[in-house]
Design a protein around this ligand. Structure first.
Ligand SMILES: [Zn+2]
Length: 145
């Protein structure tokens, strides 16, 4: 059972993603291939070019078949952290280093991140980006010292 959650290409365990998220992430012409009852996973391996796959490994969607760059995949450009408002990792780092942002509130004010979020259909994981914003802030703060 568990082995079926592994990416068919790199065999790493993927992160479960809602069907509706996958439907909105794949290119319009492929949307029909995302079957309602199927469970999908996101391959979290930065070196693997598989993005989504379903539990029986019958359907696989690659990087070029998804509408947005997946932030943690190699060569993602731009590297969005907040997909709802197209705020990039670099913008968050700049807000910390150049504008003195120290927390998520500052980032929201300076970059417009997390406004009118529709994470379920805009974020490749279908989740709110706030933990990632926090991570990016922490990294930028650490690099400052
Ligand atoms: Zn993979």
């Amino acid at each position: 059972m568990e082995e079926k959650e592994n990416c068919p290409k790199c065999y790493e365990i993927g992160e479960k993603v809602k069907n509706i998220t996958v439907k909105h992430m794949v290119s319009e012409n492929l949307r029909g291939k995302v079957v309602d009852e199927e469970t999908y996973y996101l391959c979290m391996n930065e070196d693997c070019d598989v993005v989504y796959y379903n539990i029986n490994n019958e359907r696989v969607f690659y990087k070029e078949e998804v509408k947005v760059p997946i932030w943690f995949k190699k060569n993602a450009n731009p590297k969005y952290i907040c997909y709802c408002n197209q705020v990039t990792e670099q913008q968050i780092i700049n807000a910390v280093l150049d504008d003195g942002a120290k927390n998520i509130k500052d980032i929201i004010r300076l970059t417009g991140a997390m406004k009118n979020g529709k994470c379920e259909i805009n974020n490749p994981l279908g989740k709110c980006c706030s933990p990632l914003i926090q991570e990016t802030i922490n990294r930028a703060l650490n690099s400052k010292e």
